[in-house]
Ligand binder design. Structure first.
Ligand SMILES: Cc1cc2nc3c(=O)[nH]c(=O)nc-3n(C[C@H](O)[C@H](O)[C@H](O)COP(=O)(O)OP(=O)(O)OC[C@H]3O[C@@H](n4cnc5c(N)ncnc54)[C@H](O)[C@@H]3O)c2cc1C
Length: 446
């Protein structure tokens, strides 16, 4: 008898601030009975909810159950910076240019964005949570400006539009004189990530899909031609199971020693009062990614998105055990406070209301794990840091694989190489964290 036992469950320090600022929602039930289903989906982030919608589109009669270990929008889905990016965004390169076929990846990313856009319309999700505003790659030094110029040239070879903003235009946009220049690209959707995820969950519920919160899957047992999916409170038998647990794919026993389990950090100001807003200046919504991938992401949001606030994100830790402590968040928060103070001297010293960490998962060769893992078992995992877009894609693709549908998405991911093996421990953790610290230092002004 085949059995997969889950050896660790998600645990993330600090609040999912994007979810917290939207106020409480009603809880969904835990699973507390024995049930059967056609498809069980494990993990209700970008990938899991997209998979649920896609299975329902293909087979409206299918009984679909989504099991989430925590609560909707409390995982990385409610902790990320909300940039749903269409263009190459290779975090391991110096300027985000991809190593593979960037044109094909852009086309796929845009399929994900269109899928999300249609969901927003069908489910009447607040469009303030899905803002087609584009984003800016900010440069604070001449070398970062050179990264932007190189990225703009790369985009031009792909036939992609971009616009260079000068220091004055950057100050007009952000209220900050920190940036020498910025490269605007129009295709990124700026999400209120928790708002979008809540809306998607409410929509698939209305489609008749069952969602159980606080129902972690602890084992899968193959019985005949079905999987028995066990949680502490109940169990479901289903012919098809889709794992959309991102890096926790490894906790189910897959790709051990091949996945980089990374934690990123962010902080968010309290709601800015009229005086702070007057001192800040600039526009009410914008998003800046750093021109050096190891730099600092900054976003300004407004009342329709959860309050007039600034969100700052930087620092990363590799934690192969998928656990980090409050001390890591405290260290990163100190770094982010300095970044905030440097960008907004008129608001310097403002205490952050929220400080948190979130989990993401990368492979050395930048591939995802979207394939059939076993009979009736499918994966839509490993988003390489671009999980709002790629999580949507791997969720769609895993659903299509499970339903026997072939598409550009299934063809792309099933043809990808397998994840490269990581160096052994302790070299991996010590070496990778040393490199991350060095890259943080090198990008300290960005
Ligand atoms: C600070 C930060 C900033 C980021 N910024 C961006 C950004 O701007 N743009 C971008 O594209 N990406 C960004 N990311 C990455 C992005 O958040 C992730 O790649 C994305 O959330 C991955 O989506 P997912 O659905 O695959 O996984 P997740 O969102 O991690 O969802 C997986 C779900 O599986 C559940 N789960 C795990 N194990 C079990 C189990 N045993 N049983 C049941 N459920 C289980 C988890 O609770 C979780 O809800 C950022 C991440 C962080 C931390």
């Amino acid at each position: 008898m085949k059995q997969l036992t889950v050896n660790r469950l998600p645990a993330l320090p600090g609040p999912a601030a994007w979810n917290a600022i939207l106020g409480p929602t009603s809880e969904l039930p835990r699973i507390e009975s024995k049930q059967t289903a056609d498809v069980v989906i494990v993990g209700a982030g970008f990938a899991g909810l997209s998979a649920a919608r896609r299975v329902h589109q293909i087979d409206p009669q299918a009984r679909i159950v989504l099991l989430e270990a925590g609560r909707i929008a409390e995982s990385s889905a409610g902790r990320n910076s909300g940039f749903m990016i269409d263009l190459p965004h290779e975090l391991t390169s110096d300027d985000y240019a991809g190593a593979g076929d960037d044109k094909a990846m852009i086309a796929l990313n845009r399929q994900a964005i269109n899928f999300a856009d249609t969901a927003v319309k069908d489910y009447q999700i607040d469009t303030n949570f899905f803002d087609r505003a584009g984003k800016v790659n900010g440069a604070a030094s001449l070398s970062a400006h050179a990264h932007n110029e190189s990225y703009a040239r790369h985009l031009a070879t792909l036939g992609e539009r971009s616009e260079m903003l000068d220091a004055q235009a950057m100050a007009h946009l952000t209220g900050s004189r920190h940036y020498l220049s910025g490269l605007y690209t129009p295709g990124t959707v700026m999400l209120q990530p928790a708002g979008y995820i809540r809306g998607l969950a409410a929509g698939v519920l209305r489609d008749g899909i069952a969602i159980y919160e606080e129902s972690p899957v602890i084992s899968l047992i193959r019985e005949g031609d079905a999987w028995r999916v066990n949680t502490p409170g109940g169990q479901i038998s289903a012919g098809r199971v889709i794992l959309t647990a991102n890096g926790h794919l490894e906790s189910f026993g897959f790709e051990k020693g091949h996945l980089m389990q990374l934690f990123l950090y962010a902080v968010m100001t309290p709601e800015l009062d009229a005086d702070a807003l007057a001192r800040l200046g600039g526009q009410s919504r914008w998003g800046i990614t750093p021109s050096d991938p190891m730099g600092t992401t900054v976003r300004r949001i407004d009342t329709a998105q959860g309050g007039n606030r600034i969100v700052t994100r930087t620092c990363a830790t590799l934690a192969p055990g998928c656990r980090i402590g409050a001390n890591h968040v405290a260290r990163a928060a100190r770094v982010m406070q300095k970044k905030f103070d440097a960008r907004f001297p008129k608001l310097a010293g403002m205490q952050m209301e929220h400080k948190w960490a979130g989990h993401l998962c990368l492979t050395l060769n930048g591939v995802s794990v979207m394939r059939q893992l076993d009979d009736g078992l499918f994966s839509g995992c490993v988003q390489n840091g671009l999980g709002t877009t790629r999580g949507t894609l791997t969720g769609i693709g895993a659903a299509e694989l499970a339903c026997g549908v072939e598409s550009d998405i299934t063809r792309h991911f099933t043809c990808e190489a397998r994840p490269k093996r990581l160096p052994p421990q302790p070299f991996l953790q010590i070496g990778a964290n040393a490199i991350l610290r060095y890259k943080e230092w090198r990008a300290r002004h960005e």
